[in-house]
Design a protein around this ligand. Structure first.
Ligand code: PLP
Length: 236
């Protein structure tokens, strides 16, 4: 019964996402729901897959790689967590989109490993819009400069921006954060940098994805509302 529940949850969230996207006046004609499956067992991922999900998000390289091997090959894997340079080689041929590029050093490693494998790696730049000490990501001010450095590298394409907004009980608190990320992407798009497009805006999680869509998200990353709470005590 529990297993059927996650499939139902996925369909409920998906329907909600589509309804809000339809009503929203922002540029997002199409919002993709990423089922964030970190810490969750394969049986639950398969239930959500059977309900129609093809985009899955993981925040750890090792967990993504092991689930990659055990899930159908038409799954698009999104790496949404911090990526260490020494793990890049395991992930470049498995991640459909890397959401968390925030340094030139990391981008260079992705470029190197992707080129070695004859691939082009699609990435988003993670922006720490709220300037929280505890979060990864470049500041809004550093973003364009980093993008210009990445744009000239082979084997890597910048597709847009991502942010992890502050944790809050009131999603409206994050509306200015999402609006700011959208403004930044519009600003960078207007610079017409070669090899860079700003088609993707990855923002919004279980607590605030509705507001994020209203502010222009094209990817929302939803874990808890689909899979239930995560139990970290059984990991590490
Ligand atoms: C875990 C995680 C999510 C999903 O969070 P929920 O609140 O469970 O929906 C989204 N984005 C990132 C980067 C995450 O690490």
């Amino acid at each position: 019964m529990v297993n059927n529940m996650v499939g139902q949850n996925y369909n409920d969230v998906k329907e909600n996402v589509e309804n809000i996207a339809k009503k929203s006046t922002r540029r997002n004609d199409c919002v993709t729901l990423i089922a964030v499956s970190k810490t969750k067992p394969l049986e639950l991922l398969k239930e959500v897959y059977d309900a129609g999900a093809r985009d899955f998000g993981e925040n750890k390289v090792q967990e993504l790689c092991s689930k990659y091997d055990d899930m159908p090959k038409d799954v698009k894997w999104h790496l949404i967590g911090h990526l260490q340079t020494n793990k890049v080689k395991y992930i470049v041929d498995k991640a459909y989109l890397i959401h968390s590029v925030d340094s030139e050093k990391l981008a260079k490693e992705i470029s190197k490993e992707a080129t070695k494998k004859g691939l082009v790696s699609n990435v988003l730049i993670e922006v720490n819009v709220a300037g929280e000490d505890t979060k990864y990501g470049v500041s809004c001010d550093e973003c364009e400069e980093l993008i210009r450095k990445i744009a000239v590298l082979p084997g890597i394409n910048v597709k847009g921006l991502m942010t992890v907004a502050p944790f809050t009980d009131n999603a409206e608190d994050n509306r200015p954060i999402f609006a700011k990320l959208r403004e930044l992407s519009v600003d960078i798009k207007s610079k017409n940098i070669d090899n860079v497009n700003m088609d993707c805006l990855s923002m919004g999680m279980s607590g605030d994805y509705e507001v994020a869509i209203e502010e222009g998200a094209t990817y929302v990353r939803v874990g808890t509302s689909i899979f239930g709470k995560r139990d970290y005590s059984i990991h590490n």
